[in-house]
Structures are given as structure tokens and as C-alpha cells.
Design a protein around this ligand. Sequence first.
Ligand code: ADP
Ligand code: ZN
Length: 609
Amino acid sequence: MSGVNLSGIVKQYWGYDTLRPLQARAMDCVIENRDSLVVLPTGGGKSLCFQAPALAMDGLAVVISPLISLMKDQVGALRAVGVAAGCINSSMTGASRRETHQALQSGTLKLLYVAPERVVQPAFIEYLKKLRLSFIAVDEAHCISQWGHDFRPEYRALECLRGAIPGIALHCYTATATPHVQTDICASMGLRSPEIVIGSFVRPNLIYSTERRTKLLEQVLEVIGRHQGESGIIYCITRKKVDELCAQLRAHGLSALPYHAGLDASKREEHQEAFSREGAEIIVATVAFGMGIDKPDVRYVVHTGMPKSIEHYQQESGRAGRDGLDAECRLFYSGSDFQLWKTIMGDEEGASSGVALTKLNDMYSYCTGMRCRHQVLTSYFGERLEKSNCGACDICLGSADLAPDGLTIAQKILSCIVRLGELAGPSYTTLILTGSREPRVVEKRHDKLSTWGLLREIKAPLVRDWIEQLAEQEYVRKQGEYNILEVTERGRDLLRGVGAPRLSAPGGLKKSVARTAARGVSAKGWGQAERELFEALRALRREIAAERHAPALTVFGDLALRDMVLRRPVNKTQFLEVAGVGEKKCRDYADLFLPVIREHQERMQDENA
Ligand code: ADP
Ligand code: ZN
């Protein structure tokens, strides 16, 4: 690369010592004016891919971004590290508009954030053409595709950019991995033999687990209890559930706020801001929440019901741990969620199609399944996970918690399916196995079957899970709209005693979940002293953020605070070595943070003396 010192720029402004490998590749494309499509998971560091080159290049980079809140946060974060960035949007006052205009005319601005609907206005395009542009970056580029999970009509209009400003390179960024969406973006935007940079979607810092929903409030409180003082998102399927759970959490003295489409726009914005700025620790939300959220230190994401697809789950749970530190993704599910989604989707036109149902089914198998969660999530997007034990999900951490007599249990279930003539679904089969005397069972004289009550000592939900686990391991197949169970060839082998099915032990999941939780805590490996210092630094950050009406992240992320705890810098030179401390932040904050660290050190020495 021709003498451009990108690492130097990144160190000077952002305070990071190294570029991630794919960031470097993505940045090269920008510097060399080659069109690109960059697909990195949430937290992969996409913003830096265009922000750092914008500083290295002559002229102005135009960044297209879908939401005002997102724009504001990004511009705020850039200014906080000393980058000349601005935005133009409908919520601005005349004065700040003039200010941006002046900065543009004088050529001092390096990055300009604009909404898609504005950038395509002919007058605005003419305006841009008179400026010296370095490149155009399209953030959240999947919004252009109908196949993406967040299609936005205003993004479609971006198709005209290539023709309107032909000489300028286009760079698109997204976290949506499906190949369909990727080709769609390249075609719609008219990218010219783009360099395609695709990152791994494996997020080893996210610890995944699922659990059947029993006493939801207790289950949720248990997760929160492990993350005191940390930020978390709790997703619910319906608005009603959001309001109800949020009220319950508040009654427990927790600082939780609701977020859903039923609240008016200003309330939603207010709650989102409170969450970003650490005025509230917990946000209880429907899936309406998330797109505009750019908070790197979300330490847990809880789903109180099953999401409607694995794509959705990956997206929503992926909002945890963007800073790369450990975070917990917990999913509470129940068979009734499946029905609820069917009802909800039934109301949406065409959504109850085969595709949507298949996605629901895949999601349900994920919930009840016994395959490594990371394995399922990544293979869904066509990526192979090499490790056989991820060490970061309930299945891998709890692999000792399998039922010791899996083969016998499986044989009981399979023979029951055969006795029912392979004509019944999972729920009915469960009734027979657990020895139900429901009228429909008695009427059909199924209580006289030899397999009736074979598993009567086991609770029905577990038997139901076992059936799903057998389906996932392809010992049985679910057919048609009613999921009629059939025994597969593999299943017939099992009946002959050949094979080793993996079925969860009664109560086993509880143990593995406990282990999952333990990993979250032990990874930090902190004692009381470290925790206290961290809390003191967080309190200071909160104070500064509140005073300046800025998101906490424009002060420092958790990553920087943790590095401070680790390094205990005593002077400015050492402060500058902390990850996430660039030159401007060192100037702005060293005098505020160093005394807190020093004071803590002195107190520790006194206590040890
Ligand atoms: P994305 O937009 O892909 O979701 P972000 O750009 O928000 O990701 O970056 C996620 C987090 O990683 C941010 O806190 C960012 O400051 C941090 N980050 C990005 N690049 C680096 C790097 N090279 N070294 C350390 N931290 C980084
Ligand atoms: Zn795993």
C-alpha cells in the first residue's frame, strides 16, 4: 500500500494497537478505490473499515446510514476521538446545518453522514458533485435487499448513485451473511467487480444456552442477578409481555425500560438514549428494538420466547458482547411459542408460507436440540466450525449431562411411534408415552398399546424435547403440516440396538446452565479489588456522559475500562497505552481517570499494610 499508515492513524485516534486482519483488507480496498462489499458480524469492527481510510485520503467520505440515532452516535463517537465528522438530517436546527455546510465548503470535514432519502435528491447530488469526494460508504447495506431482514424502500433509491456520481468508489457494509443478500447488494448498487470481504460469524465470546420456560420471572431474575450493574436486553414476543415483564422487573428495584412499536416515537427514543447513556441498565423490548443500537458493552441478551427464525436469533443475540468480551445469550422457550408465531404470522399477508414455517421449525429444533449452539448458528449460514467443543454453549459445557440410558429411552420412543402406525405427531406421541388417559387417547384405545406409559415417570416436556432431539439427530423425521413422526433408516438401526443417540438427562440442562454461567464470571478472573476499581471507573464514566449529554461509549467502552483495571496506569504515557485511548481521549480524560485509579491503588496499599 502506497505509504499510507493506517495502523498509525488507528493508534493515534482510536488507541487500538492492531487492525483485525479483515479490517486491513477492507481498508486496502478503500484506499485503492476498488468497490467493495464487506460482510462482518456485529462487533466485527465495520465502522473503522471506512472511518480510518477517510482520514488517510484526500477529500470527503460520504456515509449513508439508515437511522438518525445511529448517525448521531457515530458522529459523536468520531468527534470524541478528534475526527472532523458531521451529519445532515431532518432533525437538525438551522444553525448546526449552516455549521456543517461551512465545514463542507472549507473542506475540513472528513466524514459526512446522510440518510438515504436525502443523498438521492438531485439537488443534493449536484451539491456533492461540487465537493471533493474520497468515496461513498453504505452502512447497513442489506436494507437494500428484499431478502434481508430489514428491507427499506428508501435504500432502493440508492441504485441511482453509481450513475449519478460515476467516478467515485462505492463500499457497502453489512452484517447479514446470506449469499442471496450479498449478490442482491452488489447488483443493486452496481458495484464494479467488487472485492468481497467476508468475516467469520463465529462469536466465541458469546455463551449460548437455552432452557424451557417454567417460571419466567424467576428465570430472568436469575440471569440478571449474575450481571449486576451491567447492561442487558430482554426480548419478548409481544408488546403486552414487554410491559408486564418490565413492570415486574421495576417492582424488583431494577432500572428497566420498555421499548416497542406501541410507544410513541419520542418515548422510544428517550428509552433508547437512556439505555445507551447508562441511565437504565435493562431494556425490555420487542424485536422493534435493536437496529439503532450501537452499544458495545451489552453483557447479556435474554429471549423470553422463541424468535421466529435463526436469522432473527443470530441478529438479536449478536447485539451482546460487541466489544469482544464475554457475554451471555440465554433463550427461554416453550412449545406454545411456535403456535403464537403461527397466529401472528397468519395475520401477516403471505407470511404463513412454507418458508416461514420451515424457519420456525429450524428455530424450534435449535431450542430443543443437543447440537453445539455455535455449530448450529454458523452452519446455518454456510460456515463450518472446526472445533468439536466450542466451550461456549450449554451443550459443549454440559456434555456430561446426557441421559446415561439414551439408547433405551430412544428405543421406547421409536417403538411407540411404530405402534402408533407412524400416524401421530410429537404431542400425541408424548401423551401415549407418559401414560395419559385423555378422552381422545381412551377413545382410540391407545391406552391399551404396549408402549402406553413406557415413560410415565418422566415429565411430558422432557419427553417432548427427547423427540425433538431424535428428530434433529435424524432418527425420526417430521412430515407435513402436523409434523407426523416417521422412523428413519437410522432409527430402525437404533431399534436393533445399533447407534448412540444423545438425549439430555433429566435436570441435566440446569447443571450445564450453571456451568455456562460460571464461565461468564470466571473468564474475568477478577477479585474484589478489580471489581471495585471497575465500578468506580464506570461511575465516573456515567457522570461524565450525563454531564455532557453524550452516550457512555463516546467517553470509553467497557474494553477501555477493563484495560485500565488491568494496567493501572499512573501517568499520561501509560494512559495512552490503554486499548481504546487515543491522543484526544488522553488529553480529554487522563486528568479525570488517573486520580480515581491512583486513589484506588493507595487505598489497596493501605489495606494491605
Ligand atoms: P460493527 O459496526 O461491525 O458492529 P463496530 O464498528 O461497532 O462493529 O466495532 C465493534 C467494537 O470493536 C467497537 O467497540 C470498536 O471500537 C471495537 N474495535 C474495532 N476495531 C478494533 C480494533 N482494531 N482493535 C480493537 N477494538 C476494535
Ligand atoms: Zn458448543
